[in-house]
Design a binder for this molecule. Sequence first.
Ligand code: NAI
Length: 345
Amino acid sequence: MVKVAVLGASGGIGQPLSLLLKLSPYVSKLSLYDVRDPTGTAVDLSHINTVAECQSFNKDQLVDALRGARVVVIPAGVPRKPGMTRDDLFKVNASIVRGLCEQIVQTCPNATVLIISNPVNSLVPVAVETFKKFGINDTTKIMGITTLDLVRAETFLGDYMNHSRVTTVGSNQFDKRRMHKVVSVIGGHSGHTIIPVMLLKPMVYMMKPGQYDSFIHRVQFGGDEVVKAKQGQGSATYSMAYAGYRFVEYILKSIQHESLEGLGYIPAYVYLPGLKNGSIVQSKLGSKELEYFSIPINLINGRIESVDTTILDKLSKQEKLLVDKAIPELIDNAKKGQKFIRNAA
Ligand code: NAI
């Protein structure tokens, strides 16, 4: 049983994510922090008769919100409006994530830190560099959440393959998804850097002509569908809350030393040089400059023990081309985040 802190808990993602965490049997304390007072959300959730004890913290109480946290999830920041890319959010959200990480590093440096705020491709480097600046070089507990891309891939592929859509929420039903054996997603979390990987290659041949290409495009740009449909009111929140919860649950299970078998190839956007076999990813992809990549992870006690490099051996010619196309953008995105911290006074 652990304390989980949600930073940005009053937001479109923060509220439904907090609800799902309130339902989790793995959470004993749920700490809700936001610059927009989350008291209402916390009181409301506290009436649910599950174990997790909810507490709210306003903008002056970040230290209290973080004290004792084992897992910190960050959906704090501004979301996209129609016509914006995730990169357009960088200036505002990089400062927010830097500020939050500066406090995490001082109050709960051993917590697992999970970044939802966009652009993930640049903000995970902001978090990693902030930790390093404070002398913490173990970066195996800092991850960007890319699970929404996986959830979209599973849903859209399921649709294409005439499988039933997965609509259940609830931790005991998560293992029943079928598509996790069929598809994973690697690369990054923006447009062309999102690369679905078919784990069962024959599935591609079973699709109708053109379906595979439109599947790839939909996974890469599925976020735009939501931004457009919300007409200026933000981006994905409910599906992101579900995806975020699925990833946090994966972390919490590993903290409880539960078996993670059968949960699928769950990727995260990670700092390769900080991982024991991260350099294998760089060699397999032929780029030493590529320092951040989303790839399935193996966890031990809430930290990355290693990454699953075998997925890179399974890439088709087309998937490999997509990865090659993504690498320069991933390198640029990461450098942007690194420079933001390294060049700061
Ligand atoms: P939102 O605007 O509804 O909520 C953001 C919350 O963060 C607000 O309540 C705001 O008060 C709070 N906040 C701002 N500065 C803060 C600070 N310094 N400390 C604590 N809280 C702070 O936005 P929404 O829709 O919840 O999205 C949040 C972020 O998640 C956005 O950057 C969005 O682009 C990103 N996102 C990421 C996805 C992913 O797959 N990783 C998917 C969808 C959205």
